[in-house]
Design a protein around this ligand. Structure first.
Ligand SMILES: *[C@@H]1O[C@H](CO)[C@@H](O)[C@H](O)[C@H]1NC(C)=O
Ligand SMILES: *[C@@H]1O[C@H](CO)[C@@H](O)[C@H](O)[C@H]1NC(C)=O
Length: 179
């Protein structure tokens, strides 16, 4: 009885010790789930952004906490625009899996990052808040109207404001990754 209690105690202690001994490097992160209205791009399919529609692409990595936090907003935005704006495509590209492409070819230096592409070329980078759905919605609808030359009085202002804002940068520094 007494002996088994000691053995049990030793077992518990050694289990706790084992748990505390996990390596400091984080284990491989679970994938950020796909959403059917968000087009998954890779370095090989990126040329799809030249199809004449306006592409709003989120560059992400599975280990990036803020990418995880904004995933539902990006997905909601895609659902909304699928219903209302067939000329806009919401997409994402995993920069962890396409490191060289992100770093060298399209010069993405951190995640999350959201950029607009038109005819396969980078048009503008989204610099406002990733956590406010309406802000992203207004930015991309105005930017798309502006790019396509539609009548949108706020488009130029939104585009200029979007590019000029740098004040939110600090908030994302912890999510920045050296690719
Ligand atoms: C995609 O968007 C459409 C239009 O908003 C919506 O009806 C549909 O439920 C969305 N798909 C998913 C899987 O959410
Ligand atoms: C899309 O989002 C905008 C901005 O929040 C909203 O005004 C509009 O009603 C939404 N449309 C749909 C179909 O969800």
């Amino acid at each position: 009885m007494h002996k088994s209690l000691i053995i049990a105690t030793l077992l518990v202690v050694s289990l706790c010790f084992a748990a505390a001994q996990q390596p400091l490097t984080s284990p491989k992160q679970a994938k950020i789930p796909a959403s059917s209205n968000v087009t998954d791009l890779t370095e090989y399919t990126f040329k799809q952004t030249a199809d004449g529609r306006v592409w709003f692409v989120e560059f992400y990595a599975d280990f990036c906490r803020n990418c995880r936090r904004i995933a539902s907003h990006v997905s909601m935005l895609a659902d909304n625009l699928t219903a209302t704006a067939p000329h806009i495509v919401v997409a994402r590209l995993n920069c962890e899996e396409a490191e060289r492409f992100c770093n060298d070819d399209i010069r993405i230096s951190r995640t999350p990052e959201m950029k607009v592409y038109y005819l396969g070329k980078h048009a503008i980078t989204y610099r406002s808040d990733f956590f406010f759905f309406d802000m992203m919605h207004e930015f991309i609808t105005n930017t798309a109207a502006n790019i396509l030359g539609w009548d949108a009085p706020d488009a130029a202002a939104a585009a200029a404001g979007g590019e000029g804002e740098g004040e939110d940068d600090d908030e994302y520094d912890d999510a920045a990754m050296a690719l």
